[in-house]
Ligand binder design. Structure first.
Ligand code: PEP
Ligand code: MN
Length: 362
């Protein structure tokens, strides 16, 4: 339920409500606004009497959360979630640009791509050290060695790093090396893993399963949030449909749907959503136009030699073009890319010109 306090409610009033709710065994998430405090309450609704809370001093209104996901819902938190990973902002007006190889293949491979991605304008480096492969005979990832290379690439470039974790037992170790944990599409509903990353209290990117509905996806986010880990972003990476020209079908609808139902940032993954590098740029621009909070893109210096997902990986120079187009698109929809990504030649005038030439660029 949501408890809306009166504007004139005192600290004592607020504390009394918090104590009452906690005594009933519920979790509280107070949001202290400029104007008033709103208290989100999560727990077994049978242990607490809504009307009794409504009669407490300083309480204006008590409303049930109608959705099965509570902490993930807009009812629970009307304002968008915004958080920081190092110096990088996730959510809010600025867009998050994550890029890097599908898999960490080696030290020099990763360092080279990391520098190229940073140069092109990426803020966060991606790279898989544990790869969920369809075949057990395919490359499974470098494991901890790959994590060490990611940590080294972070040192070298200053970019926070993200990697997929698949085994709940490895979560604490992976947290030692990386800044953001990725839950892959195949593990979206791995509840043991969701609980482990929730408890780790590390930022998480939760990918949507290729067969997951929005409701199932948000319920999975709820698992992580239920451990009071609020640094969660969602990722739309394409769903299964009967189309065979592309690897998956990019569910563009998911972006406005999530924006309406949830306050969590939504990142688009046009690489896995299309499966072909030729279509990645178009899907990326569409995602930004639809309101996505950022992009996660696979980049490889020699896609034809990549051990995984080469077919959908962009060469660094193509990624640099994509960032430029994203910047134009961002401006058109009232978003920004952080200053650190601005190239010297992109001053305000160029931005303006680009905006007017949007049709030509796209
Ligand atoms: C990946 O990011 O490389 C990956 C395996 O993604 P997904 O879980 O979306 O398939
Ligand atoms: Mn991949």
């Amino acid at each position: 339920m949501i408890i809306v306090m009166k504007t004139e409610a005192s600290r004592v009033n607020i504390d009394a409500v918090l104590d009452r709710v906690k005594m009933a065994g519920c979790k509280v998430h107070p949001i202290i606004g400029q104007d008033r405090t709103v208290i989100g309450v999560i727990g077994d609704g049978t242990t607490i009497d809504r009307h009794q809370i409504g009669r407490m001093q300083g309480v204006e209104n008590v409303m049930p959360i109608t959705k099965p996901y509570k902490a993930a819902s807009r009812e629970f938190q009307p304002a968008d979630t915004v958080f920081n990973v190092g110096d990088v902002q996730v959510g809010g007006e600025s867009l998050l640009m994550i890029a890097g190889p599908c898999a960490v293949e080696g030290r020099s491979q990763l360092l080279e791509i990391a520098h190229a991605c940073k140069e092109a304008g990426a803020q966060v480096l991606r790279g898989g050290a544990y790869k969920p492969r369809t075949s057990p005979y395919s490359f499974q990832g470098l494991g901890e060695e790959g994590l060490q290379y990611l940590a080294e690439a972070r040192e070298a470039t200053g970019m926070p790093v993200i990697t997929e974790v698949m085994d709940p037992a490895l979560v604490p170790m992976v947290c030692e090396y990386v800044d953001i944990l990725q839950i892959g599409a195949r593990n979206m509903q791995n509840y043991t893993l969701l609980n482990a990353v929730g408890k780790a209290n590390h930022p998480v990117l939760l990918k949507r399963s290729m067969i997951g509905t929005t409701l199932e996806w948000l319920m999975c986010a709820e698992y992580i949030l239920s451990h009071d880990n609020h640094k969660v972003m969602l990722c739309e990476r394409g769903i299964r449909a009967n189309e065979t020209e592309t690897r998956n079908t990019f569910d563009i609808n998911a972006i406005p749907v999530i924006k309406q139902l949830s306050h969590l940032p939504i990142i688009a993954d046009p690489s896995h959503a299309t499966g072909r590098w030729e279509y990645v740029g178009a899907a990326a621009r569409a995602a930004i136009a639809a309101g996505a909070d950022g992009l996660i893109i696979e980049v490889h210096q020699q896609p034809e030699l990549a051990v995984s997902d080469g077919r959908q990986s962009l060469k660094p120079e193509r990624y640099a073009d994509l960032v430029k187009q994203t910047r134009v698109m961002a401006e058109a929809v009232g978003r920004t890319l952080p200053d650190s990504n601005k190239k010297d030649n992109l001053n305000g005038n160029v931005h303006l010109m680009d905006k007017h030439q949007l049709g030509a660029v796209l």
